[in-house]
Design a protein around this ligand. Structure first.
Ligand code: ATP
Length: 254
């Protein structure tokens, strides 16, 4: 039976790369307002799954449905327009522009339907969007760095800026790809607090993460991938005690 709270449904998805079955029989249901973590050892298929959701990769079979709309076959920018934002992919930032301008650009692109280069010339006249970008930067603790060049930011600050770039789009679903990778413990804890704050506002999130401290601090539900299949699915407590999960990680690097 269909659960009315499910906002994202990855339905019977398979992805093959030549002879490699990178995703098999994937059925994933993400509920509105929840934080759903996808974990698994290296090579399990996590990035492939995320790329199928955002339209970067086409599944070999199956489909992805978001809020009643079939995403499969749509282009990444169309999926983004439907309310899905992805954070912390390879940064798509303008290194030579200020932090503030970087945060304004996705809001302008959303308002006008796409990014156009001539937007860069009119940034200073967009006072409404500027105020909103400042608000987002304040939210992620970056207002004091708004005039810095994005390219000169530390790794942790760059990620906070990327989060502001996503939040300004007011997405219904936020996808986070290893949001704390390479961060110090201090920056990781700051990011956890920030994501908890966003969670309290009811934003739905899918998070891929290797750091179990981050996963167990944030997730309402966890799906465990191993060799392209979901081997366990449930609450953090269910997953923690599942012998299949412990076995999948044995011999892994995590
Ligand atoms: N474009 C591609 N062409 C061929 N094989 C690929 C491609 N992308 C991924 N793979 C393979 O698919 C499998 C799943 O890879 P994927 O990157 O999704 O795993 P992952 O769980 O994200 O791993 P990690 O935690 O190391 O990032 C791996 O065996 C990988 O080598």
């Amino acid at each position: 039976m269909t659960n009315p709270n499910v906002v994202l449904h990855v339905a019977d998805v398979h992805k093959r790369f030549g002879g490699l079955h990178a995703l098999a029989d994937i059925d994933l249901q993400v509920e509105e307002g929840k934080t759903h973590a996808i974990i698994g050892p290296n090579g399990a298929g996590k990035s492939t799954l995320l790329n199928v959701i955002i339209g970067k990769l086409a599944p070999s079979s199956g489909q992805v449905v978001f809020d009643g709309a079939v995403l499969t076959g749509k282009k990444p920018f169309q999926i983004n327009q439907l309310g899905i934002a992805r954070v912390f992919q390879t940064p798509e930032i303008f290194a030579d522009l200020s932090v503030l301008h970087n945060v304004m650009i996705p809001a302008l692109a959303k308002r006008d339907g796409m990014f156009k280069l001539n937007m860069l010339r009119s940034l200073d006249s967009e006072t409404g969007i500027r105020a909103e970008a400042e608000h987002m930067l304040e939210d992620v603790g970056m207002l004091g760095r708004r005039e810095m060049l994005a390219g000169s930011l530390s790794r942790g600050d760059k990620r906070r800026m990327e989060l502001a770039m996503c939040l300004i789009q007011h997405p219904r679903l936020l996808l986070l790809d290893e949001p704390t990778a390479g961060m110090s413990r201090h920056d990781t804890n700051t990011t956890i607090e920030l994501l908890q704050k966003i969670k309290a506002r009811g934003m739905t999130k899918v998070i891929i993460e290797h750091d179990m401290h981050v996963v167990f601090s944030l997730a309402d539900k966890i799906s465990v991938l191993a060799q392209g299949r979901i081997i366990a699915d449930g609450s953090p407590d269910d997953v923690r005690g599942n012998p299949k999960v412990q076995e999948a990680y044995l011999g892994g690097t995590h």
